[in-house]
Write a protein that binds this ligand. Sequence first.
Ligand code: PLP
Length: 466
Amino acid sequence: MRYISTRGQAPSLGFEDVLLTGLASDGGLYVPESLPHFSLEEIRSWRGLSYADLAFNVMYPFVEEAIPEDDFREMLKDTYGVFAHKAVAPLVQLDTNEWVMELFRGPTLAFKDFALQLLGRLLDYVLEKRKQHVVIMGATSGDTGSAAIEGCRRCEHVDIFILHPYQRVSEVQRRQMTTVAGDNIHNIAVKGNFDDCQRMVKESFGDQSFLGGKTQLAAVNSINWARIMAQIVYYFQASLSLGGPDRSMAFSVPTGNFGDIFAGYLAKKMGLPISQLVIATNKNDILHRFMSGNKYEQHQLEHTLSPSMDIMVSSNFERLLFDLHGRDGAAVKELLENASKGPVSIADYRWKSARKLFDSDAVDDKGTCDTIREVFDQNEYLLDPHTAIGVRAARNCRRDASVPMITLGTAHPAKFPDAVAESGVSVKPELPVHMADLFEREERYTVLDNNLSEVQGFISKHWKNA
Ligand SMILES: *Cc1c(COP(=O)(O)O)cnc(C)c1O
């Protein structure tokens, strides 16, 4: 399988290089040159497989040139074995034909574990083969940092440095990062805000001379193809559990960077019958505004009760735009260069084909709280604020009550106790048993000034073979 850039000018790469590369050299994102396609008969034959075995069938075509079959099977068993539920992605019923797929049974209680647990193992495998080392550097305001740290904790060839804004992330989120032990794990609390952290990461990628040429930086944000790939699997898993592929499914997906829902779109293109995909956003609704009126326009960032969806632009949307433009990289490049200067639209017939693929909704904080309370009153089941947005959008946009509607449950409610409290629900969400001692675990992090050379100096001194 070769991978090509959405902006059409960077060289095509194989899986190993795509794994280790962030953005393509032309500023685009890598996508597979072509997708595998599975027949209904083949998908049907996967009924009853364990999650890891299903994951193998769905993903192997993407990696087969880089990883022998047995090694990949082993890696997947290991990856999904760390989840605290035997089904890995269990379904919970809310109503007749309405479901939540709980994607928060991994080590950090959010769906990002599905991709980052695998990504860490893939990186270490490829780096071992190549006798290379990388430094992962990332900025986080919450979920990604902890999932990346958990994903890399056993990597021999990776050091990970995660920057978070000092005293500006929730206590659960901070502790999930800072209580992970490992001499390749480094948490830096920067005396600044999230944008300061992100700027330092960007500048460091731009000029890596502070590493003295002895190692290189790698990215684990959602533009990494391997993350998208891992997220395709659970769409198949949900469908197979509810009578697919002999009936079609609808999915509602709480969306920020368009990674998770893009994986659903790929599942459909790979042959899984999906009749509806709902883009569920919070007040940061650039995607909903585009779907409603064919205008792609950046607004001010709003802080909401669903912080993991607080984005101004959705980076992975570029991958869909590439398909909507008949895979014409030059057209995508021009469109996105214009989009960075002001509002843009696409040709009407292209926009109409996007509307055929997706429905959308935007849910504000009040709608989020109302939904947490509504579902608790109906089922005594607690939703986290991100999942609540998905459920609200699913209920608002549903087209056909005879089609199972599955909302992706992206986080455990105990990660966001403040939103749950604000919704007026009388119970407090409890951390799962395996995390119950989170508040007693020892924390390790270093506080640094909001200063690039100080942060870079710390990294160059502390990576394993420095
Ligand atoms: C990251 C995240 C999202 C958004 O996922 P995207 O792939 O960026 O669309 C939604 N909910 C939670 C809890 C998340 O951590």
